[in-house]
Design a protein around this ligand. Sequence first.
Ligand code: RIB
Ligand code: CA
Length: 314
Amino acid sequence: MTETHNVIIDTDPGQDDAIAILLALASPEINVLGITAVAGNVPLGLTQNNIRKVCELAGRTNTKVFVGSDRPMKRSLITAEYVHGETGLNGAPLPEPTMPVQDQHAVDFIIETIQRLPEKSVTLCTLGPLTNLGNVLEKAPELAPRIKEVVMMGGGLFEGGNVTPAAEFNIFVDPDAAQLVFKAGIPLVVMPLDVTHKALTTKARTEAIRSLGTQVGKVSADWLNFFERFDEDKYGTDGGPLHDPNVIAYLLNPGLYSGRHINVEIETQCELTMGMTVADYWGVTNRAKNAIWVTDVDADGLFDLLLERLAYFR
Ligand code: RIB
Ligand code: CA
């Protein structure tokens, strides 16, 4: 019997976020309770708009979309148009969405959902800065034990950082929120650059998606072709790292991944290393282990799964 996951996706689309959302919407094992927008790759007005564009592309206009935090908890917002383009979904223009956003604020939706549903039944999949979840924990810290698990894309150790030498973008944008999350005692599964850099959108993989011959296949391949150019130039690779879909793929098939349970702390004081995930991979401290730090993926298995599920959209 395949496990069903009750999931809130917190996201800042972003082409890779968009493909992660499509993967979730195509998978019957994932019950998407709601999708919450956060400022990150592009400002909040665009990320909430982009979530709705993706839901309409997927034909899932009944998905509940909530607008969240428009800036980090303490620091100024930093965005990444240089990677994702000015809309955040450059590469494949989509019509302006007509489906509504919900009136309830994303933070209040997350709080209300965790309070309402049985304890340890809600999984949070975070694909962007952790601002919304940080605000949840600041507003209602007593809810932390009720959360089943947070599966996040963020951080880096062996791969260093991607926005500074020390920090990965999602953590760097809101290190204060990240610190609240990593100290909350919630079971964490972290997909850092160490694993996402092993999931490259090679030409063969991107063209296999395009060969689906559907609108979703074409749009997804066009998004990847735009999104990957920055990292291809930077790393000199065939394709760029596909970050966020790893979060959803982990829920669908955890056997694709391997990692270890370690201590991870967040730098929030020193500007030089701000947002660094200080991951005690070799156990040199006696700090409490608080996260599964994923370092390896069966990349062919990931893309086979992605292709199989994207084919769901006709
Ligand atoms: O560093 C990669 C992360 O930052 C991904 O989630 C990407 O979408 C951006 O948000
Ligand atoms: Ca993202």
